[in-house]
Design a protein around this ligand. Structure first.
Ligand code: R1X
Length: 241
């Protein structure tokens, strides 16, 4: 039994969609044929079913790298071979508009978790086959949303304290968007030999005043999340394992 997920590895498909929100996991799982719950503990809600005839799991990992890392480690231990994160992120670039999608090909590691796992120079990169599968699936997707591909940033901070966010620096460096878990996903999957990728729905501009303007609960976001979920499901069954 996987300790924190409370999932029997025998019940866990090798192709896995991960997402932060347990409700989103239930929503994505409901798209699968014969879906069932295979475990529920804390923020970790796990489902299994089939997508276009292939066994897939959907598992929620909560907010932030440390908690998500527990989930990713246990999934790897349970036999996961591909993990794709279906997430949300704030945009760093004018042309990456709210409601559009970003495929993260690599991550600038500004989280605390991975610096306690690997040295500073260790890269956080997605598997190139997963990136390609996501790009192809997005290309074929009927919703026809704008999709960008490139470097994203992982931070631990959502609401800032007295220190400035490093937004300007990363904007200048051409980083597309910022979120809170991809660094953990890419580093842990690299260490454990799991193919990882991530697709993100853009829920606003990262340098907007979050307390004033952050609202990810719009129809536009629901549409983007629905689209990224289908794209990720199509991609996760395409990757060779
Ligand atoms: O990754 C970030 C975090 O999980 C994106 O949105 C969440 C916070 O609302």
């Amino acid at each position: 039994m996987l300790t924190n997920l409370k999932v029997d590895p025998e019940q866990l498909p090798k192709r896995i969609i991960v997402c932060g929100d347990p409700k989103r996991a239930a929503l994505i799982a409901s798209k699968l044929t014969d879906y069932r719950s295979v475990g529920e503990n804390r923020e970790y809600h796990s489902y299994a079913g089939t997508w276009k005839g292939v066994e897939v799991a959907v598992v929620s990992h909560g907010v932030g790298s440390p908690g998500a890392a527990v989930c990713f480690e246990e999934l790897a231990k349970g036999g996961a071979q591909v993990m794709i994160r279906v997430g949300t992120a704030g945009s760093y670039q004018k042309e990456i508009t709210p409601g559009s999608l970003v495929i993260s090909s690599s991550v600038a590691r500004q989280d605390g978790l991975t610096s306690q796992l690997v040295p500073a120079g260790f890269p956080a990169v997605a598997d190139r086959h997963v990136v390609e599968a996501l790009a192809q699936a997005a290309n074929k997707h009927e919703a026809n949303l704008k999709v960008a591909e490139g470097i994203t940033l992982t931070l631990d901070v959502f609401y800032n304290g007295v220190l400035e966010f490093p937004h300007k620096l990363y904007q200048k460096a051409g980083v597309l968007a910022v979120e809170m878990e991809n660094s953990a996903l890419f580093v842990i999957c690299a260490l454990r030999g799991v193919k990882a990728g991530s697709i993100l729905a853009i829920d606003g501009y990262a340098d907007a005043d979050l307390l004033e303007s952050y609202n990810p609960h719009t129809e536009e976001m629901a549409k983007a999340i629905e689209a990224e979920a289908s794209i990720a499901l199509d991609a996760v069954i395409q990757v060779e394992i």
